[in-house]
Design a protein around this ligand. Structure first.
Ligand code: ADP
Length: 483
């Protein structure tokens, strides 16, 4: 049965505030549906403004004590949380598939990836080391000490409902911050399950709060509260810009992981098999619903035809279907609007002269067949907007300079991919691509140990690695004289 977990109590229909599970005042709920069947599979409370505010109060009250917990003890709690997430990997994966629709094998991988952040920051907690700087004048001691920012907020999207939250909550907690998390309304269940396990791991009341409700109300509340010192957001550029503007009057710190429009450059000197594998993973993972999904595939003229032949074969072999069916490679899209956008991009590409080599339109429902189009015009919609679906468009190019220029012709710069066996091509293109991350001969670049983030309009700050911890720390400089 789809929704059956070995621990049914991981499925919650209440919010988690100050260590308590609370229903919405007045009982308002958000329905959570299964994107494959369309059936309602759970509920999240739609909290009132006053209830949402109480989560800020709880995080504020919990902060002083949490900040003083020895780093090794905070690390130990995180380690227990990691162990619990891994122990419940299968249940959590089922929950992700249930509310997000992705194939179970990808949901399991997401749990492992998401748990990786908790594990990494469990260790990192003990490595927030200060500095003593040699003084330029006599009799002084110059010290630098990292300290937690304070109360933080995390606003996360539906495409990786578990990992996008651990990526923010784990470094926040390691740093000694307390946090209010607002998951996407489409996928709140994974976040609540994480809170169940965090409590079991020993995270004290008020340190991690999870709230759901009207996004605009919660956004306004978090940005206008002087208590919330930092907002970490993953989602659309439009909402990110709104949050930035709303955060300006109180000079809040921000980490923004926004839209991408990742190019994949396949050069003539690429290994064909590697190029096909890279394109498959970079484009079709999570049915293309990823901010680092290869949105535009540029193939150089001499390799273009053989790449298209080999890629079309592999795209045709991908199985769309129910995420709970172990054979499925491509799950349903998150909602009808997602399907409409992919269809719009496909129509536009075909109108501009592209030819369909695999797939085509959806046959109703939210399942889109993996689709490949060739000879896409360089100004097609699918090159300028995130498609966020299983539609790959291939655009031929002549020279390396032209390829890189096409890749950079976007206000975004999150991820980019390139395939080549020539070290000089890799070095030049890698240098000239305007992007926070570059996958070279691979479409799989995400892990907890690296700084994930973008340049240009793709965002601010980095998540993962020690740089991701710094996003939750202030540096205090102490200058002692008279020595
Ligand atoms: P997506 O296209 O991934 O749904 P959004 O930026 O709309 O991108 O959503 C990402 C997250 O931001 C979700 O948790 C969503 O509920 C939240 N969100 C949407 N609108 C607002 C808003 N006005 N203020 C704060 N958060 C918002």
């Amino acid at each position: 049965e789809r929704g059956k977990l070995s621990r049914p109590d991981l499925i919650r229909d209440k919010a988690y505030v100050n260590g308590q599970w609370i229903a919405a005042d007045g009982g308002a709920v958000i329905d959570v549906d299964d994107p494959f069947t369309g059936e309602i599979i759970g509920h999240a409370p739609s909290l009132s403004e006053q209830q949402a505010r109480s989560s800020i109060d709880a995080a504020e009250r919990a902060f002083p004590a949490w900040a003083k917990v020895l780093t090794r003890n905070r690390g130990a709690i995180l380690r227990r949380w990691f162990d619990l997430v891994i122990a419940h990997q299968e249940d959590l994966a089922r929950l992700i598939t249930l509310e997000n629709g992705k194939p179970l094998k990808e949901a399991r991988a997401e749990v492992a990836y998401g748990a990786g952040f908790i594990e990494f920051y469990a260790d990192e907690a003990g490595r927030m080391i200060g500095e003593i700087i040699p003084a330029p004048v006599a009799g002084r001691r110059l010290m630098v000490e990292p300290e937690p920012i304070g109360v933080c907020a995390a606003i996360t999207p539906w495409n990786f409902p578990l990992a996008m939250l651990t990526r923010k909550a784990a470094p926040a907690l390691a740093a000694g911050c307390t946090i209010i998390a607002k998951p996407a309304s489409q996928t709140p269940l994974s976040a609540y399950a994480l809170a169940v396990l965090a409590e079991e791991a020993g995270v004290p009341a008020g340190v991690l709060n999870v709230i759901t409700g009207k996004a605009s109300m919660i956004g306004k509340l978090l940005t206008s509260s002087p208590v919330v010192r930092k907002i970490s957001f993953t989602g659309s550029t439009e909402i990110g810009a709104q949050l930035m503007e709303a955060s300006a009057p109180l000079i809040k710190r921000l980490s923004l992981e926004l839209g991408g429009n990742a190019p994949l450059l396949i050069f003539d000197d690429a290994d064909l098999e590697t190029a096909v594998e890279t394109a498959l993973v970079a484009k079709f993972r999570n049915s293309g619903q990823s901010c680092i999904a290869a949105n535009r595939i540029y193939a150089q003229k001499d390799i273009c035809e053989s790449f298209l032949d080999a890629f079309a074969e592999r795209v045709n072999a991908l199985a769309p279907g129910d995420g709970f069916d172990e054979r499925s490679d491509i799950g349903p899209l998150i909602d009808k609007a997602g399907v409409a956008k992919v269809e719009e991009h496909l129509d536009d590409a075909v109108k501009g002269g592209a030819t369909i080599l695999a797939g085509g339109k959806s046959s109703g429902g939210q399942l889109m067949p993996p689709t490949l189009v060739r000879d896409v015009a360089p100004d097609a919609l699918l090159t300028s907007e995130e498609t966020f679906g299983p539609l790959a468009g291939v655009i031929p190019f002549e020279t390396m300079e032209e390829g890189v220029a096409l890749a950079n012709n976007t206000p975004f710069g999150l991820a980019a991919y390139l395939c080549s066996e020539n070290p000089a091509t890799i070095a030049r293109a890698g240098r000239d691509i305007e992007s926070g991350m570059v996958g070279i001969n691979t479409g799989l670049i995400s892990t907890a140990v690296v700084p994930f983030g973008g340049v240009k309009m793709s965002g601010l700050g980095r998540e993962g690695s020690s740089h991701g911890l710094a996003e939750y720390l202030n540096l205090k400089y102490l200058c002692q004289a008279g020595l």
